[in-house]
Ligand binder design. Structure first.
Ligand code: ATP
Length: 314
C-alpha cells in the first residue's frame, strides 16, 4: 500500500447482472491532486465514484480512503470522504440554512462550527442570499451548489464530485473553477467527473479517460492532452509577412525542437518557462523575423479527446 495515497482503488470490478460496468479499475490519488474523469456516456464514471464512496457494491477489488477500506470501515471513511452525486438528495421542505445545520449535526459538529462553516460555504458557493429560501424553490444550479456546500461542510480530505458543473451558469462555472483550484491547493484529493473538458484543463492536475468500464488513459493534463511535456510547450508565431529563408534563420536558435512552417506561421517546441519564452521572442526578432503574433499554445483536452478515437455509446 502506498502510505501517501489518500484514495486507492485496485482491480475494482462492478457488475450489473452480467454486464461488467467497471473492469479492473485501479487508481492512486494523493493530496493536492485533482483528477478529471472523462469519457462518453455510459463509460463508468458514475459507477467509479459510487464505488469509491462505498455506495456501490463491487464484485472484486479493494478501495481505501485514507488507508481505511470503504467496505470494512465505513464510519472512518465517512469522516474523511465527501461525495456529491449527479442527482443529489436534498430536502425540499427545509431552508438552505436548516439543511446545512442538519448535515452539520449528522457530523457532530458543535453549533458554533456548524454556523461558521455553513456561512463560509454559502458565501463560497454564492448562496448567501438564499440562506432562508426553501430548497424546493431553488433553481437546478443553486441546488447543485448547495449539494457541493453540503459535501464540503464536513471538511473531507477526499472529495468526489459527479458532474458538479453541469447546471452552473457561466459566472458560476468561473467561481466553481476557482473553488476547486483552492481546494486542490489546500491538499485535498479530488475527483471530478465532467463533460466540460475546456474547464477541466484549467484546474485538474490529472485526467483519466474512461471507456467501457476501463481507465484507458491517465496522466497529467499535459500528458493526456498531448502537450510536449511539463518543461516544453508549443509556440505559434505568425509573421507580418512571409520570409523566404525562415528555416535557416531559426535553425541557429538553440533549444528549438522540430519547427513546422506553414506560409507565414511557425509552430515550434520550446521551453515553457516565461523567461525562456521572452528570450525566444528576442532571438526571433534578432534573426530578422517580423513577428506579428507570438503565443504559447495551451494543452487542448477537447482536441486530444476527439483525436483519441473514443466512440460515443451506440
Ligand atoms: P454518463 O456520462 O452518461 O453519466 P457514466 O460514465 O457515468 O455515464 P455509468 O452511469 O457509470 O456511466 O454507467 C456505466 C454503465 O453501467 C452504463 O452502461 C449503464 O447503463 C450501466 N449501469 C449503470 N447503473 C446501472 C444499474 N443500476 N443497473 C444496470 N446497469 C447500470
Amino acid at each position: 500500500m502506498n502510505a501517501d495515497a489518500l484514495l486507492e482503488m485496485d482491480d475494482v470490478r462492478v457488475q450489473y447482472g452480467r454486464f461488467l460496468a467497471l473492469d479492473g479499475f485501479a487508481l492512486r490519488l494523493h493530496a493536492g491532486e485533482l483528477l478529471g474523469l472523462i469519457g462518453p456516456n455510459g463509460a463508468g464514471k458514475t459507477t467509479t465514484l459510487r464505488a469509491a464512496s462505498g455506495l456501490q457494491p463491487v464484485s472484486t477489488g479493494t478501495i481505501r480512503i485514507m488507508g481505511y477500506s470503504v467496505f470494512e470501515h465505513p464510519v472512518e471513511v465517512g469522516r474523511h470522504l465527501g461525495f456529491t452525486p449527479d442527482t443529489p438528495a436534498l430536502y425540499d421542505g427545509l431552508t438552505v440554512r436548516q439543511f446545512l445545520d442538519f448535515i452539520g449535526r449528522c457530523y457532530d459538529l458543535p453549533r458554533s462550527l456548524r454556523s461558521e462553516r455553513g456561512d463560509y460555504w454559502l458565501e463560497q458557493l454564492w448562496l448567501v442570499d438564499k440562506r432562508d429560501a426553501k430548497i424546493g424553490a431553488l433553481s437546478r444550479g443553486m441546488k447543485q451548489r448547495l449539494a457541493v456546500a453540503r459535501t464540503l461542510l464536513s471538511d473531507p480530505n477526499v472529495i468526489l464530485l459527479d458532474e458538479p458543473a453541469a447546471g452552473l451558469d457561466p459566472a458560476g462555472r468561473v467561481q466553481f473553477r476557482k473553488l476547486l483550484a483552492s481546494l486542490r491547493d489546500s491538499g485535498k484529493a479530488i475527483i471530478v467527473s465532467s463533460h466540460i473538458l475546456a474547464d477541466l484543463a484549467e484546474y485538474c492536475t490529472h485526467i483519466g479517460i474512461m471507456e467501457h468500464g476501463r481507465l484507458i488513459r491517465c496522466g497529467s493534463v499535459a500528458e493526456v492532452s498531448g502537450a510536449e511535456s511539463h518543461e516544453h510547450c508549443l509556440y505559434r508565431i505568425v509573421l507580418a509577412h512571409r520570409v523566404g529563408d525562415t528555416a535557416q534563420r531559426i535553425a541557429n536558435i538553440e533549444g528549438i525542437g522540430e519547427p513546422q512552417l506553414d506560409g507565414d506561421t511557425i509552430t515550434l517546441s520550446f521551453e515553457r518557462d516565461r523567461a525562456q519564452a521572452a528570450d525566444l521572442l528576442r532571438r526571433l526578432l534578432a534573426a530578422g523575423l517580423p513577428v506579428a503574433e507570438f503565443r504559447a499554445l495551451e494543452p487542448d483536452l477537447e482536441e486530444a479527446y476527439l483525436r483519441s478515437g473514443i466512440k460515443q455509446v451506440d
